[in-house]
Each structure stands twice: as structure tokens, then as C-alpha cells.
Design a protein around this ligand. Structure first.
Ligand SMILES: NC(=O)c1ccc[n+]([C@@H]2O[C@H](COP(=O)([O-])OP(=O)(O)OC[C@H]3O[C@@H](n4cnc5c(N)ncnc54)[C@H](OP(=O)(O)O)[C@@H]3O)[C@@H](O)[C@H]2O)c1
Length: 248
């Protein structure tokens, strides 16, 4: 039991990687608070996680929502927060010629502003030691056609993890980021991508398949647990070899 009695908050815990992380945390002895904006989806996820999970509707990009989320979490479980996973984000295509500055900013507001709120509002409620994991992406370091807003947002998330790590190291709070490559989650439905297209994409992955959410969750668990206690300010690539192996 690597997270016995720990309290973890996972934003975007109702789906995909966030849900898989919450599920793994519960199996390792943690209590989890999961958040999202869609009440039905969140409730169904909490029911699947069982009695150790508390759903709280909260928009990660809204600091008031995040403050209420932490107050609710600490009040309900009567302990400080040991682990925060800033995972919630939106992924949408933003071809430059068809995307206004306002639309570009909407992606940054959630993907970068949301991570900032998630971490900033957590500070008064954190135990010592604590571990914060920011979910970034391989896209942080790779330009991707029609995804400039998403890629820029993920580059910012990797950078935020390093600056947060520098600022909080004296308080015994570790901050790392994780960069998945392609994982098999509902994010691709929201992009209008079919299963066949996802499998086509996967041919470019050295391991020739997308990750299962549980495989990303295993790496998040490592960063959450004491086993990574000498790591802070790092970015962990979990991408089937995409960032490290040349396609040639
Ligand atoms: N899947 C991949 O291939 C992949 C690759 C690299 C990185 N990632 C990263 O992994 C993370 C999770 O992605 P996923 O694939 O698991 O996506 P997903 O299945 O679409 O899940 C996204 C989650 O975030 C929540 N969410 C979205 N906007 C939110 C907001 N403003 N406030 C609170 N919750 C919000 C969603 O619930 P509601 O819609 O109900 O709010 C949902 O629970 C993201 O940061 C993503 O960029 C994914």
C-alpha cells in the first residue's frame, strides 16, 4: 500500500487518465477527491471508485471553485492533502487562420490557468511532505499541425512544474510533471477522431500502440508516492518511446 491513509485530489478525475490515477490511488490505500464539470459523468466515476472517493464539481480554471474543492476535501476527510494531480484540460484543434486570439486564450485559460489555480489554491491545505503532479504531454516539445494552443499550453505546464518545484522545495512540497504520448482515452472522441484513426496514428509510436490509461496512472502513482522522494522539477516521459527513439 503505497498511499495508505493519504488524501489525493485529482482534477479531471471523471475520465481517462485522471480516473485511472484515482482508481490506482484507491487501490493503494488512498482517499481521493475527483473533480470535473459534468455532474453525471463525475457521479458515475465516483460510484465506480467506491466509498473512498468524493466527487466535487469544480472548474479547474476557476479559483473560487478550487478553493471550495479543497475546503470540501479537507472537511470531509478531516486531514490535509498529500497528493494533487493537476490533470484537467481541454484539447481542441486551433488552426491559426481560423482561431481568434479569444479562442486561443480559452485553451490557455483552462490548460495553464487551471493548473495554476489547482496548485495555488491547494497550498493552504497541503500536508508536509506533499507531492504535486502536473499532467503535461509529449506535445510540449513537438510542434503539431492545428494544435498550437494545446502544444503551447503543455510547454507552459512543464515549465510551471519546474518553477513551482523551485519555489516549494523549502516547504517539503515536490512538484513534477508527466508527459504522456498517446493514451487510449475519451479525449479522442472530443477531437472527433475515430478508433481507426487512433490506431493509424499509433503506427508512429515505437511500441506500435497507444498507452492504456492504467499505464500512465502507474507513473503518476510513482511520482505521488515516497518512491520518488528524491525527484522534484522533473518531467517524466511515458510515451512508448516517442520522445526518445528516432523514427529512422
Ligand atoms: N490521452 C492522451 O493521448 C494524452 C496525451 C498526452 C497528454 N494527455 C493529458 O492527460 C490529461 C487527461 O487527458 P485524458 O486523455 O484523460 O482526457 P479526458 O478523458 O477527456 O478527460 C479530461 C478530464 O478533464 C475534465 N475537465 C476538462 N476541463 C475541465 C475543467 N475546466 N475543469 C475541471 N475538469 C475539467 C473532464 O471532465 P468534464 O468535461 O466533465 O469537466 C475529464 O474528467 C490531460 O491533461 C491531457 O492533455 C493526454
Amino acid at each position: 500500500m503505497r498511499l495508505k491513509h493519504a488524501l489525493a485530489v485529482v482534477t479531471g478525475g471523471s475520465s481517462g487518465i485522471g480516473f485511472a490515477a484515482a482508481e490506482r490511488f484507491v487501490s493503494e490505500g488512498a482517499r481521493v477527491v475527483i473533480s470535473g464539470r459534468d455532474p453525471g459523468k463525475l457521479q458515475r466515476a465516483a460510484e465506480r471508485l467506491g466509498e473512498h472517493a468524493l466527487p466535487v464539481i469544480a472548474n479547474a480554471a476557476n479559483p473560487d471553485d478550487m478553493q471550495r474543492l479543497y475546503e470540501t476535501a479537507v472537511g470531509h476527510f478531516q486531514c490535509d492533502v498529500n497528493v494533487v494531480v493537476a490533470n484537467a484540460d481541454i484539447s481542441r484543434q486551433t488552426p491559426v487562420r481560423e482561431t481568434s486570439v479569444k479562442q486561443f486564450s480559452e485553451v490557455l485559460d483552462i490548460n495553464v490557468g487551471g493548473v495554476y489555480s489547482t496548485v495555488r489554491e491547494a497550498l493552504p491545505f497541503l500536508a508536509r511532505p506533499a507531492s504535486i503532479i502536473l499532467v503535461a504531454s509529449l506535445a510540449a516539445n513537438q510542434g503539431t499541425k492545428n494544435f498550437s494552443a494545446y502544444c503551447a499550453s503543455k510547454a507552459a505546464v512543464v515549465s510551471l512544474a519546474k518553477s513551482f518545484a523551485a519555489e516549494f522545495v523549502e516547504f517539503d512540497i515536490r512538484v513534477n510533471s508527466i508527459s504522456p504520448g498517446v493514451a487510449h482515452t475519451p479525449i479522442f472522441d472530443s477531437l472527433g477522431m475515430s478508433e481507426a484513426q487512433l490506431m493509424q496514428w499509433s503506427k508512429a509510436i515505437p511500441m506500435k500502440r497507444p498507452a492504456e490509461p492504467a499505464e500512465i496512472a502507474a507513473a503518476i502513482l510513482f511520482l505521488a508516492s515516497d518512491e520518488s522522494r528524491y525527484m522534484t522539477g522533473a518531467d517524466l516521459a511515458v510515451d512508448g518511446g516517442m520522445s526518445g527513439i528516432s523514427p529512422f
